[in-house]
Design a protein around this ligand. Structure first.
Ligand code: KG4
Ligand code: ZN
Length: 334
């Protein structure tokens, strides 16, 4: 008889359930149903549609995990941040399972879940600086000891990195999600358009993507560039913005021992190449999630769920709620 945790993720447009061994941290089951094709025609996620699709997909996945039920010792579920209506689909299922299996319930912060995507099928590392690049967030976080000690060092003041790829893809009528589409188009042209690098003159470590997005819109309206040229030039400017700010950060503060990039956009190979260059320049160790765990998935929720289980970090079902926005303790960088 094993001791297992079952995890549920439904914070946006991916319905996913995973089962992990609490003692060995081995991932035994992970299934995900993405809703990308259904949201494609709208150029972004439509919350009510996403919620209805979770309602269909989650029970179908759960059926496939039912053989593990007798060994489940806890249920973990993403309860923040995300779309309230979609978070609630996962939360309701988690509450029902926790009550019927008579096991504790664990509420997981999705952003910290992304950090723990690094530790799926591998040991936990602390003292790690993390660049989180997803559809909803662009942040530099610092994980000191464990998930309870996370500081936010920098964030975006407007759009996020992944969101800017989605918006540029929408402007070019390329569908959703924009990240992988823009990345593959960018490989087919040279970045010849000199888009402005956001906040280039500012010493502050913070991010901004709305100005770049507007510059891309103007270039599209000129009607003289190919989609490939736009994609290549935009991607290069978007990545240069991140690496310029990281360069500024590492020049003024001690570079970390470990640095990681997580979140859906950490799958971007051009971004990984630039981060690898920084790693050899500043001599830090760099970590990325496996490609299949970059975008939203329940395996990362199970992985942090295991550590929360060991700390008995449980929430009573009456208290577990969907929270659409979260904040971390911040440390201002100059
Ligand atoms: O982490 P994630 O799956 O969901 C959120 O928590 O937001 O991230 C999804 C985001 C989308 O904006 C998508 O366009 C972006 O990640 N993304 C990428 C790539 N793959 C996904 N952005 C740039 N390059 C990629 N290859
Ligand atoms: Zn995510």
């Amino acid at each position: 008889m094993k001791n297992l945790i079952l995890a549920i993720e439904s914070s946006c447009d991916d319905s996913s359930i995973a089962v992990m061994d609490i003692d060995t941290k081995e991932l035994l089951f992970c299934q995900k149903i993405s809703q990308e094709s259904q949201h494609k025609q709208y150029g972004g996620v439509v919350p009510e549609l996403a919620s209805r699709l979770h309602l269909e997909a989650l029970p179908n996945i759960l059926k496939n995990a039912s053989r593990y039920f007798p060994q489940i010792r806890a249920v973990a579920v993403t309860n923040a941040p995300g779309l309230s209506v979609t978070l609630n689909e996962g939360i309701m299922m988690a509450k029902a399972l926790s009550i019927s299996l008579n096991v504790p319930l664990i509420g997981v912060n999705h952003l910290i879940g992304h950090i723990y995507s690094l530790f799926i099928n591998r040991d936990f590392i602390n003292d790690i600086m993390v660049l989180l690049v997803s559809g909803g967030h662009t942040k530099i976080l610092y994980l000191q000891d464990d998930y309870r000690h996370i500081k936010e060092l920098a964030s975006t003041i407007d759009d996020s990195f992944g969101e800017s790829f989605d918006k540029v893809a929408k402007m070019l009528n390329l569908g959703y999600p924009g990240g992988p589409i823009i990345e593959s188009l960018a490989q087919q042209a040279r970045p010849t358009i000199p888009f402005p690098i956001p906040l280039k003159q500012s010493k502050e470590i913070k991010f901004s993507y709305s100005g770049l997005k507007n510059a891309v819109r103007l270039a599209i309206n000129q009607g003289i560039y190919s989609k490939e040229e736009i994609a290549a030039s935009f991607q290069q400017a978007a990545i240069t913005h991140l690496t310029m700010k990281l360069n500024k950060l590492f020049k003024t503060t001690q570079p970390p021992k470990h640095f990681a990039v997580v979140g859906g956009a950490s799958a971007n190979r051009a971004l990984r190449e630039e981060i690898d260059k920084l790693a050899s320049k500043y001599k830090f160790d760099v970590l990325y999630p496996q490609m299949k765990y970059c975008s939203d998935n329940a395996a990362m929720i199970a992985r942090i769920g295991v550590d929360m289980y060991h700390n008995q970090d449980f929430t009573h079902y009456k208290d577990l709620q969907a929270i659409s926005k979260v904040s971390f303790d911040t440390e201002i960088l100059s």
